[in-house]
Design a protein. Structure first.
Length: 219
């Protein structure tokens, strides 16, 4: 039986040397629509998403501003989750940059979160990827060990909102065929849940799949 899904792909494109300038003023944020589903009586909810924000790690206090906005707008936008698809720091070996990102995690308070690592976060992947992956585990809302794969390079979480059941599956930078097969196996266990996938590298700017993602099932 084919897995039926509504899929949201949250994937960051990798541009070598591109560092966002967090010192710039953010674009104007649209006002909440306040739209509700009159038939079901449900309230729309939001998932706040950050990715490739490594530029903020170079500017003290910038991550705190992002966290402050999310916390202040949590109720208005009904923010249910905060997710990240990698590259939170410019160099994963610099503890001071991680301190800046930690301030973001602290600033969002008790909003559930789910972070996967990017190439900048892992850095020296072949030498010690587990260190960066364990950091992702420490800052991510607690996920049972049974829902992780290979030191946390893959992980998933289940949640429900407005009577709908969801599954979040994340693969950190460095995944390949085995990790994709694991994720597809997890997905097959929950065919009735709507899927939200978090990758750092999945599609090229052209829209084609990157080589490590080509094994992803089309079913």
């Amino acid at each position: 039986m084919p897995v039926r899904l509504m899929t949201i792909l949250l994937s960051a494109f990798l541009f070598t040397g591109a560092v966002p300038d967090c010192a710039l003023e953010p674009e104007e944020v649209p006002e909440s629509t306040g739209i509700t589903d009159a038939d079901s009586g449900s309230n729309p909810f939001s998932i706040a998403w950050i990715s490739d924000t490594q530029g903020c790690a170079y500017h003290k206090g910038e991550y705190g501003k992002i966290a402050e906005w999310i916390a202040e707008n949590r109720e208005e936008f009904n923010i249910r989750y905060v997710v990240g698809t990698g590259d939170y720091v410019g160099k994963g070996t610099l503890s001071g940059q991680w301190d800046e990102f930690d301030s973001f995690v602290e600033g969002i308070g008790d909003i559930p979160n789910f972070f996967v690592a990017g190439n900048h976060d892992i850095e020296n992947l072949e030498k010690n990827p587990a260190e960066a992956l364990s950091r992702m585990d420490r800052i991510t809302t607690k996920i049972p060990e049974s829902q992780k794969y290979k030191d946390g390079i893959g992980k998933y979480e289940l949640f429900s909102e407005n009577g709908m059941d969801y599954i979040i599956i994340g693969l950190s930078y460095g995944y390949w065929t085995e990790e994709i097969e694991w994720a597809q196996g997890v997905l097959a266990q929950y065919p009735e849940r709507k899927g939200i996938f978090l990758f750092h590298n999945f599609m090229a700017p052209s829209g084609s799949l990157l080589s490590q993602a080509e094994g992803w099932s089309k079913s």
